[in-house]
Design a protein around this ligand. Structure first.
Ligand code: MG
Length: 159
């Protein structure tokens, strides 16, 4: 059996706004996340974890920020592409684990909805999808509330 692991990391900064989109779920907040797409930092980390497990580059190579067609794009387009590559290369997605790093907004109340939203895109059971959160103890850019970071791990198997 061929087992592959990949990791992903992403950061997006805050700007004036009324919600953030994390794992496809809109969460009311005093700020929005800035970026060329919808800036779904968690979904970007998961997408990069899958591309990493496949050793097929990263989200920026597949969807260059310089390309205007991705301006404001829903990040599920990016994740769906990575999932399609998993199938096309003969792998199965085993599980995904994502940690969102921020002081605010609170992630816990929305984690179940995020896992459900991801399950629809990833095509795996929700019990194979983990979304959790931590603060950085008020240290660094996430601690100062300047943005949100996310890390993710994906495991693939090829029977
Ligand atoms: Mg990003």
């Amino acid at each position: 059996m061929d087992i592959r692991l990949g990791n992903g990391f992403d950061v997006h900064g805050f700007a004036e706004g009324d919600h953030v989109t994390l794992c496809g779920v809109d969460i009311p907040h005093t700020h929005r996340l800035t970026g060329h797409s919808d800036a779904d930092v968690a979904m970007h980390a998961i997408t990069d974890a899958i591309f990493g497990a496949l050793a097929e580059g990263d989200i920026g190579q597949w969807f260059p920020p310089s390309d205007p067609q991705w301006k404001g794009a829903a990040s599920e387009i990016f994740l769906a592409k990575a999932v399609a590559r998993v199938a096309e290369t003969g792998f199965l997605l085993s599980n995904v684990d994502c940690t969102i790093i921020c002081e605010m907004p609170k992630i816990g109340p929305h984690a179940a909805a995020m896992r459900q939203a991801l399950a629809l895109i990833l095509g795996i059971d929700v019990d194979r999808i983990s979304v959790k959160a931590t603060t950085s103890e008020r240290l660094g850019f996430t601690g100062r509330g300047e943005g949100i970071a996310a890390i993710a791990t994906a495991a693939l198997i090829r029977p």
